[in-house]
Design a protein around this ligand. Structure first.
Ligand SMILES: NC(=O)c1ccc[n+]([C@@H]2O[C@H](COP(=O)([O-])OP(=O)(O)OC[C@H]3O[C@@H](n4cnc5c(N)ncnc54)[C@H](O)[C@@H]3O)[C@@H](O)[C@H]2O)c1
Length: 352
């Protein structure tokens, strides 16, 4: 591996946010190549962000010896094949959400990654918001106490303009709807704080736009730790919010409601004056804020890669979120509660 790591970004839509994230740390990352089928789009971006090389195919990127990491920011249905190609070319891989469209595919990628000795890091950049990180810190210090309930709202707005991008809204190319494409971050946040889900009852429907995939969802679920939660998702909310509210024995943690930044500050923490309030407040004073968003995930990725420690987001994390989505779809189709885990032989293992 070279230091700084040689990076190729593939896809110049959200790819621009990745480029900006890498370029916060020129001593860690050197974005050497931008790849896109749309060479004009890529060239404009490359010029703006001083990326020296623009290419039109992943095959070209894979053959470049000075690239250590291929960062995939293309439409969802392409991810699986592109990750496989990047691993075959002996590159590390970063890939946007949703990583892939089935649990079987994630398990197969895990085997491929182990064989190739290369790493795959799925993107869940909202994890690194400072408000959420404070709660994570309290939980890791064993101060929050027993988890009781959680409530999540993802109330966003998507109109026909959004679905003009041809891959959106279609099962074959987007792989799923509001759960997979939008609320997956909110699901990851729940799993990140509380650990694995145990059972799910879910309803999904399409009411907002004329698309093939769901745009409204209601989930009622139980976590393996015994806590209960509800998740509500719509892409038809004129007033947009995102909200996480976690009720633990010793703390109620409430996110802000900024739709695309609710894991960041400010979060509101309410403590029990008759409990361990003093310790909790002391812990929060000790909390050292770190970097957020894409830059925060990439910074942690760099150090994990060089130190040989666990990546900030793992294949297992992507699997857990996808498993919850698969269980919700299954519950909706069967009109019954679905127990996790989902493994080989389950109706939702090979496809969503
Ligand atoms: N993490 C987040 O918050 C977040 C936000 C937005 C999008 N995303 C995800 O990022 C991915 C891309 O979304 P987007 O909004 O940027 O889409 P987009 O359509 O705006 O951009 C995708 C780009 O990929 C290019 N492309 C398509 N096929 C290609 C190929 N075979 N080789 C090279 N380039 C190719 C297209 O020309 C296009 O420029 C999706 O998986 C989406 O879900 C994540």
């Amino acid at each position: 591996m070279s230091n700084p790591l040689g990076i190729a970004v593939v896809g110049s839509g959200i790819g621009v946010e990745h480029i900006k994230g890498f370029q916060v740390f020129p001593e860690l990352f050197d974005v050497k190549v931008l790849c896109d089928l749309n060479l004009e789009r890529a060239a404009a971006l490359a010029e703006k962000y001083r990326i020296p090389k623009v290419v039109g195919s992943l095959a070209e990127v894979s053959s470049l010896p000075d690239i250590d990491v291929i960062d995939i920011c293309t439409p969802p249905a392409l991810h699986l094949g592109q990750i496989e190609s990047a691993l075959k070319a002996e590159k590390h891989v970063i890939c946007e959400k949703p990583l892939v469209g089935s649990l079987a595919a994630i398990d197969s990628l895990a085997r491929l990654a182990a064989e190739s000795g290369r790493q795959i890091m799925p993107i869940f950049q909202y994890r690194f918001g400072r408000g959420l990180q404070k709660l994570k810190y309290l939980v890791e210090q064993n101060l929050a106490g027993q988890a009781f309930v959680f409530n999540v709202d993802v109330a966003w707005w998507r109109d026909t303009e959004y679905y003009r991008t041809p891959w959106r809204g279609k099962r074959a190319t987007e792989l799923g709807g509001a759960l997979l494409g939008q609320a997956i971050h909110a699901l990851d946040i729940v799993l990140y704080i509380l650990g694995p889900a145990k059972s799910v009852f879910g309803r999904v429907t399409t009411r907002v736009n004329q698309i093939e995939v769901e745009d409204c969802v209601a989930i009622s679920m139980e976590m393996r730790d015994g806590s209960l939660g509800t998740i509500s998702v719509t892409l038809g909310s004129i007033a947009e919010i995102s909200r996480h509210r976690f009720t633990f024995r010793n703390v109620t943690a409430e996110s802000n409601t900024k739709p695309y930044a609710n894991s960041g500050d400010p979060w509101h923490f309410s403590f029990n004056a008759a409990g361990n309030e003093k310790q909790m407040k002391g812990a929060l004073e000790q909390f050292t804020p770190s970097l957020e968003g894409y830059a925060g995930q990439f910074y942690r990725f760099y150090h994990a890669l060089w130190d040989g420690t666990e990546l900030p987001v793992t294949l297992a994390d992507a699997r857990a979120a996808l498993e919850l989505i698969a269980a919700t779809y299954h519950s909706n189709e069967r009109n019954e509660s679905v127990t996790l885990p989902i493994g080989p032989g389950h109706a939702k293992y090979e496809t969503l």
